[in-house]
Design a protein around this ligand. Structure first.
Ligand code: DQA
Length: 144
């Protein structure tokens, strides 16, 4: 069972800088993640918050709620949130970081991720398809 977390401003997908993030809305994206989960044979729960603390709490609770892996797009928190990094580091589930845009091709401040080092890996620049790849990977490594 996979938890898909989206952080600050990702509720605005579809209208927010569409040339950078595309036309897919958050609700489209969440629907796609659910269908991809069904194809991969797992349930998917999607959550979005603009609040750092809420994201931390979802991460803290994920294992006890039966999740086996986490896909997270932390939005701008990626670049500075040591609290988010510590929350990921402090739990056992595999986590994959996803960015819709190619953060390495954008402003300098987006090149740094404080969270990627405590994740299994990072997918950036492949649009919403990155979420699918992250889920595929989590299924692969958690298959008994
Ligand atoms: C993002 C990239 C971040 O730099 C930005 O702050 C976001 C979205 C992405 O998906 O490309 O909010 O994580």
């Amino acid at each position: 069972m996979i938890l898909v977390l989206n952080g600050p401003n990702l509720n605005l997908l579809g209208t927010r800088e569409p040339t950078v993030y595309g036309a897919t809305t958050l609700s489209d994206l969440e629907g796609m993640c659910e269908s991809w989960g069904a194809e991969l044979g797992t349930n998917v729960t999607c959550r979005q918050s603009n609040y750092e603390g809420q994201l931390l709490e979802w991460i803290h609770e994920a294992e006890s709620h039966g999740f086996t892996g986490i896909v997270i797009n932390p939005g701008a928190l990626t670049h500075y949130s040591y609290a988010l990094r510590d929350a990921i580091a402090g739990q056992k589930l595999p986590v994959v970081e996803v960015h819709i845009s190619n953060v390495d091709a954008r402003e300098e401040f987006r090149h740094k991720s404080v969270t990627a080092a405590v994740c299994k890996g990072k997918i950036s620049g492949l649009g919403v398809f990155g979420y699918r790849l992250a889920m595929d990977y989590l299924m692969e490594i958690t298959r008994a």
